[in-house]
Structure formats: structure tokens, C-alpha cells
Design a protein around this ligand. Sequence first.
Ligand SMILES: NC(=O)c1ccc[n+]([C@@H]2O[C@H](COP(=O)([O-])OP(=O)(O)OC[C@H]3O[C@@H](n4cnc5c(N)ncnc54)[C@H](OP(=O)(O)O)[C@@H]3O)[C@@H](O)[C@H]2O)c1
Length: 332
Amino acid sequence: MTQQYLTIPQSNDKIPLIGFGSGTKWQWKKKSSESTAVSNSNPTNTDPDLVNSIIKALETGFSHLDTAEFYTTRPDIGKGINDYLLKHPESKRSDIFVTDKYNSHPPNTPNILDDGSIRGPYASLKQGLKLMNLDYIDLFLLHTDSTPEGLSLIDAWKEMIKLKNEGLAKNIGVSNFDIKHLEILKNANLILPQVLQIEFHPYLQNQSPNILNYAKENNILIEAYGPLVPITKAKDEGPLIPLLNELSLKYGVSDTQILLKWVHSFNIVTVTTSSKIERMKDILNVYSLKLSDEDIKKITDVGNTWWYRAFAIPPLPEYNDQLKAERHVINP
Ligand SMILES: NC(=O)c1ccc[n+]([C@@H]2O[C@H](COP(=O)([O-])OP(=O)(O)OC[C@H]3O[C@@H](n4cnc5c(N)ncnc54)[C@H](OP(=O)(O)O)[C@@H]3O)[C@@H](O)[C@H]2O)c1
């Protein structure tokens, strides 16, 4: 397996094409168990299953990890990385690309700091780096366009820029932003986000109206979360399964690989996850797969007849009717 990368605009840093997520079921497993949940008295609590999975993912060949303040999995990501580096002295921190995200209302976290100031992205990442026992993060994102009362989006973005200028975040971006919110940053004459992380798969080819074109025109790299939705959350509905079966037979690969390759064909990074070693290996085997342009188009066209938004993050569901009408989807 030869790792593949895309280039992040502005910095020209390389980002591995496939990220390993610690949200999905991991965050709910961690939050729902007393022995693993983080609390004010135990902010660095970890879930051994998640830490082991992160180590296994790195050993299997993943080199890009995704966490977020909201998931409460920062300590697990940090422990996974540090334990892996101890176990593999030939590897360096700089071999691993780490993404973290600021949230305006993470669990158990007051938004007023001890000195009376509002907890924005700057304080969030400072705390996150301590929780992860890391010196820097490769990519820091605003998880949504929401900010705490008293902190404007522009002020939050200025804090992101400060983190970048100080080298605590090598690259900065946003997640789940629509054009309206990206334009607020653009009109403030500040540097634009380098990366935009959104839900993207054949059943949701624009998370909000025209977002893909806008990102392209403004030199913003897209990361897709939920790339496997057609065979996971939406597997019992939707018209893609027969086509995926046909293509997986034709190319001798899994449905997972077909879906990941389809996303990569748009020069979009994928963030997925699995607790299973066999699936981790399968995901990484996508690098050698080549799909014909004709088959990529078939997936695009069939996917475009069905509607499925797996993550209803406000304000995005407001666009559902408009997006459905644009695509003439056949399901209500
Ligand atoms: N920015 C955001 O707002 C946002 C939102 C959502 C997610 N994310 C990030 O993106 C990461 C990936 O998220 P996702 O849940 O949307 O990923 P996904 O790629 O759509 O799905 C991954 C899940 O699918 C299961 N899976 C994988 N292959 C499968 C198969 N062939 N058949 C059935 N199940 C299969 C895995 O379970 P097993 O463990 O059983 O393999 C895993 O739970 C998250 O962990 C998080 O880091 C970000």
C-alpha cells in the first residue's frame, strides 16, 4: 500500500487522502460508560477499546486521525498516538496528521473562563493540546458555524488565525459551513478556511446549495465524512446497492472501496472509521483501485436519484427541500 495525499491550499501541506475518525459510535460508547466518560474530575479519561483501535489503525497504515472537542475523544487520540510512537520508535509525530475541532457547546465545558473571558477556539485548542499531550495539531476546524453568546463568528475565526500564526494549528478550516457563513469570513477580509469538512456521499452530493463549486472556486479543500452512508445508515433503502454489487464484482473489490474511490475521484479527502481490523485493511486497499470514468458517472447519476442526509446539523436541514428539488430525487 502506498499512501496517497492531497495538498492543502495556502500551506501546501500534504493531507493523507483517508482519515480515521473517532466520532461515529466511538463517542457515544465513550460518553455512555461511567468508566470511560470524561468528567470535570477526570478530563483525561480514556476508553481502552478506542485507544487500542487508534494504535491498530496506525499500525495498519492509517496516518490521519480525526477528533473533536464534542466527541470527548481527544485524550484517546493523544494516548493512542503517544503509545504508538513509544511502541514504534522508527515513527515520528510528523508522520501522523491530526485533525481536531472546536465546538461552541461541548459536554461538561462552561463557556466563561476563570478570568471572565469567553472560551473560544484559542482556549479550546490550548486545552485540547494538553489533553492530547501534543505540541501542535495539523488541522483545526470550527465544527459548526455556532459560537457561544458574546463571540461572533469573525472573532472566533480571528482566534483560529492566531492559533495558526503561533504554530499551534498548522492549518485551519471549518466544518458544516454553508456559503452564507463562508461569505461572512470572506467579507471580513481575513484568510479563508483552507479546508471544509462536510457530509458527502452519492445520496448527498451537496451538503448545502452549491457548496462544492464554491469551495472549488475559492480554493478550499473538501473533506468528506459519512462516505459509506449508502452501505451503512442508508443500506436498507436507496437504489445504489445493486450497482455497488455489480461494480464490486467487476473490479474484485468491496463496496466500501468503490464508495471511497468515488469520493476520491472528486479530489475530496475521506474520513471514515471502523473498529474491525479487516475493514481497516480493506479501506486502505482502495489506493490501488482505479474506476473508469463511466462507472464513476453511473454512481453519481444513480446516487443523485436518492436523498439521504445522515447528519442533521443546524442550519443545514433548512436546505433539504431546495436540494431535493435541484436533484429531482424520487424519494420524499
Ligand atoms: N464534522 C462533522 O460534523 C462530522 C460528522 C460525522 C462524522 N465526522 C467524522 O467522520 C468520521 C467517520 O464518520 P461516519 O460515521 O460518518 O463514517 P462512515 O464512513 O459513513 O461509517 C463508518 C461506520 O460504518 C461502519 N462500516 C464500515 N464499513 C461497513 C460495511 N461494509 N458494512 C457495514 N458497516 C460498515 C463502521 O463500523 P464497524 O466498526 O463495525 O466497521 C463505522 O461505524 C467520524 O468518526 C468523525 O471523526 C465528522
